[in-house]
Design a protein around this ligand. Structure first.
Ligand code: SAM
Length: 234
């Protein structure tokens, strides 16, 4: 159900982090299950939802929105669209389609800002020998791949395996599907018609009150890349 009136700022893939004054959205089942904490705990225990969310309740105000689909919003509405650590969860084709949709829903002069893990930082760390094995039997390459958050090396068995497979087939929202450096992310924006996309620093934005939504403790570790663009015409 859409809130009314529609807020002017859109937060995509917010996780459990809802920000006042923004339309907060996420595609996870956590959104549906926010009203039923016990069912949610069972879903987590069965491995259907990520365990790291177990102690973190999700606000019930979050809108359920699967970013692999068209955005259900009118043209030229939002003044800002923001996503932190979300775009890399989409296949590249879906990511460019999402940016096109974001551009459509943004009004001229509106800002689209995406923060993602910086692929070049991770690869440089690996090449410079700064990535150490994280677990016994791991090599630095294994650790790099683990940090890149591609699919896990082992598919867990146990009870509810078929259910889990089905869920992950339909809703594999946790693994990363693509990675970006500054050049490739600005190219992605350009492909979506956002030609003035530029890399920006933490909290350096045309979005008023960016500090309400951009959390230094989340993306201020030097490993996050931020690109922002302004929609120039309708
Ligand atoms: C790594 S979390 C980031 C959460 C929050 N933005 C942050 O920075 O802490 C990625 C979020 O993107 C959401 N997500 C991944 N794929 C999605 C999709 N196709 N549609 C909607 N949300 C998706 C996940 O459910 C998850 O909450």
């Amino acid at each position: 159900m859409m809130t009314s009136p529609l807020p002017e700022r859109l937060h995509l893939g917010c996780g459990g982090f809802a920000v006042n004054g923004w339309l907060n959205s996420d595609g996870s089942w956590h959104v549906w299950l926010a009203r039923w904490p016990r069912v949610r705990r069972v879903a987590i225990a069965c491995g259907l939802l990520p365990h790291f969310h177990i102690d973190h309740p999700w606000p019930q105000t979050i809108l359920h929105l699967d970013l692999r689909r068209k955005l259900p919003f009118p043209d030229n509405h939002f003044t800002a669209i923001y996503a932190s650590h979300v775009l890399e969860h989409l296949e590249r084709q879906a990511a460019v389609a999402l940016l096109r949709e974001a551009r459509r829903c943004c009004r001229p002069g509106g800002v689209i800002r995406m923060a993602v893990p910086n692929l070049s930082v991770q690869v440089n760390d690996y090449l410079q020998g700064r990535i150490l094995p994280e677990a016994p039997g791991h090599t630095p390459a294994d650790t790099l791949l683990h940090r890149l958050h591609f699919r896990p090396a082992v598919t867990t068995g146990g009870r509810f395996q078929s259910l889990r497979r089905l869920y992950h087939h339909l809703y594999d929202f946790n693994s990363h599907k693509w990675g970006y450096d500054s050049t490739s992310l600005t190219a992605l924006f350009r492909e979506a018609g956002l030609s003035d996309a530029l890399e920006r620093q933490l909290l350096d934005s045309a979005i008023a009150d960016i500090s309400a939504i951009e959390r230094p403790e989340r993306i201020g570790d030097g490993g996050t890349l931020i690109v922002e663009a302004i929609k120039r015409d309708s």
